[in-house]
Design a protein around this ligand. Sequence first.
Ligand code: GRF
Length: 199
Amino acid sequence: MKRVAVFASGSGSNFEAIVQACREQSLQFEVVLLFSDKEQAYALERAKNLNIPAHTFSPKNFPDKNSYEKEIVKLLEDYDVEFIALAGYMRLVGPLLLNQYFGKIINIHPSLLPSFPGKDAIGQAIKKGVKITGVTIHYVDSGMDTGPIIAQEAVEVDETDTHETLQKKIQKIEHELYPKIIDKLLRKDDHYVIKASTN
Ligand code: GRF
């Protein structure tokens, strides 16, 4: 069993979906840790209910990003974490964490990248009036939603869609796709190392 950490800053619905998928399907990994940079994140509540160890500390309590990430790496080592799935973690990953887990950190984003990177991708898509948007899972590099793309799934935007209804459709796809892709990557060890090094 591969040992995976999920990082979340907010609601944590993807975190919960990944944990449930591990419990209900025969996947080759387990979620051993939830990390959040926000003490008020609802994801922490979910972790408690799901019986998953959760830790939180804020970069505000550290002199710089490096020392914040050093603490994260220590935590990851304590839990023997091999792979990190960002799920609504609202921070750029810095060089310290990236070097330590190079090619082993992925993210999920609610648009078809490279369209609509950054904050509120769903709002951006609605504002632009696109008829198709979707979900992207990609490797994390030092940029904002810029790493090599691993998987994408399209979602149609209907004329009647609001931010809320579109988000619902997108999250439904996310919750199915994310555990599936993590599992697929972790079944072929060499795949993610090679893929990430092309960046
Ligand atoms: C998801 O839509 C994900 O694509 C984006 O942030 C959102 C997190 O939602 N990166 P949740 O916290 O998993 O409910």
